[in-house]
Design a protein around this ligand. Sequence first.
Ligand SMILES: Nc1ncnc2c1ncn2[C@@H]1O[C@H](COP(=O)(O)OP(=O)(O)OP(=O)(O)O)[C@@H](O)[C@H]1O
Length: 260
Amino acid sequence: MSNTLMELRNVDKFFGSTKALRDVSMAVQPGKILCLLGDNGAGKSTLIKVLSGYHQPTRGKIWFEGQETRFSGPREARQRGIATVHQNVGSIPLMSVGRNFFLGAEPVRGRWPFHSIDTQKANAIAVEQMQKFGLTRVTDGDQLVGTMSGGERQVLAIGRAMYFGAKMLILDEPTSALGVKEASIVLKMMRIARRNGAGIVFITHNARHAMSVGDDFCVLIQGEVAARFKRDEKSREDVLNLMAGGEDMTELEDDLEQID
Ligand SMILES: Nc1ncnc2c1ncn2[C@@H]1O[C@H](COP(=O)(O)OP(=O)(O)OP(=O)(O)O)[C@@H](O)[C@H]1O
């Protein structure tokens, strides 16, 4: 396990008497996609916050790049190369692709105090990166992000994180609000990020999306890891059943058919 990027060992997170996470152990490997599946209320949001340094575990340990670690906050986690991309945030619709790509870290020209943002350079880099990630439709860095599709915006956010050296990407439901075509743009981007060596945590409740890209799978139910398996070890039906908390989906489907 020497290659492991991040590992949680027996992590609990309690809020008063609420046990949001109980005895969670999981490992994020570089160049692999770990799918974190769970229905609403499973504790995924709390787990994201533990992984990204917002929450300290109540109990248990976090190891990052082979060292036991206690992040002082999200800033430290970010500095260590952990990037979180949330579903609907991370890009500003009324800003250009170039500005969104850099968001405060734009290249500058000239010397202080006479320096200014090098928009041309920012745009050129942003477009080059977007093209590299398969968004050939984006050819102008001045294009407003509001004109891009939901999938394209997710690609922009992931691409930006990669460009700025993220080693680990936490993707919070990146495909959940998207149609099939749009989701596939994002899933492709995840494969590119994996090929580039990033360790990816893909949080989703969509078993189909997870099965199409995932290497390792972890199903969370009521704050606990209910199942852990590798690609091809389970069918989509098995995964759906697990996510439904063991309730047999075929039984549910039979019930629904009777109503029709
Ligand atoms: N800051 C907090 N203070 C108190 N309780 C919290 C806090 N954050 C989460 N909880 C509680 O912990 C439990 C798990 O919350 P969490 O937000 O992780 O899951 P969720 O949003 O319900 O579901 P999911 O994120 O899996 O869709 C819930 O009962 C929630 O009320």
